[in-house]
Design a protein around this ligand. Structure first.
Ligand code: PGA
Length: 238
């Protein structure tokens, strides 16, 4: 695991540069793309690189990371909608370049299985772009999640319900979600964990230096060689 400490003011450029360099090496890379606050500026920078002709997004493939259960695409809370607005559309991806994790079907288990099969068929993720939940979740792999947990439906913990209330309002956060499994995420050829802000300091310490445990799903990243943690000074502390 490599930790890159950057100034908050250059965080987004650094994140975009790391992703762009991977795409230069492998233009048809499979990326799994987190939503949440942290990656948004990074995605904006990537879109700028594309506009400047410095990024070719014509053959990459993006996979949605997680989805609220029973929330239709038309709902502002849809994470598929957010993935599309923040990444798929700004990077001009064709429909066939995006694989959603469908949270609004009548059979969530089947949706999870077909997503899993699509990732495996594509050869797995080349790059997992992840944020860090305040409880150590990756995607919606809520604690406890073991390193072999599969793509599945999961109940959100109280902590996630509270942290996601900033987007949707208290009592308005769906209580169940579908998430790409830890098995798929940890098998990614590279993982980029994006972390900013003082409020992530404690969980980042646990992620980097704490016990490796299902109670902190992000702690499994310690065991992987292919992890780059990009964090600002506030999240890393002095
Ligand atoms: P954030 O979310 O990027 O909005 O902090 C991270 C997460 O909860 O996974």
């Amino acid at each position: 695991m490599q930790v890159l400490r950057v100034l908050n003011s250059s965080f987004n450029q650094h994140g975009a540069a790391l992703i762009a360099s991977l795409l230069r090496a492998k233009p048809n890379a499979n990326l799994v793309i987190a939503t949440g606050n942290t990656p948004m500026g990074v995605y904006d920078e990537l879109a700028k690189l594309k506009l400047q002709g410095e990024l070719d997004s014509s053959s990459l493939h993006a996979f949605q990371l997680d989805a609220y259960a029973d929330v239709p695409l038309s709902d502002p809370r849809s994470l598929q909608g957010w993935s599309r607005r923040s990444f798929v559309e700004p990077l001009g991806l064709a429909e066939k370049q995006f694989t959603p994790l469908i949270g609004y079907s009548d059979n969530h288990e089947r949706a999870c299985q077909s997503y899993h099969d699509a990732v495996i068929k594509a050869g797995g993720y080349d790059l997992a772009i992840l944020g860090l939940g305040p409880n150590g979740h990756l995607g919606f792999n809520e604690p406890p999640s073991s390193k072999t947990s599969t793509t599945r439906v999961i109940s959100l913990t109280e902590e996630s319900l509270i942290s996601n209330a900033v987007y949707w309002g208290r009592g308005n956060v769906p209580t169940q979600a579908l998430t790409a499994g830890m098995d798929l995420l940890l098998a990614a050829k590279q993982i980029l964990l994006l972390v900013t802000g003082k409020h992530k300091y404690e969980i980042l310490q646990k992620t980097l230096y704490g016990a490796i445990t299902p109670e902190v799903p992000s702690s499994y990243l310690q065991a992987s060689q292919h992890v780059m943690v990009l964090a600002d000074e506030a999240a890393l502390g002095s």
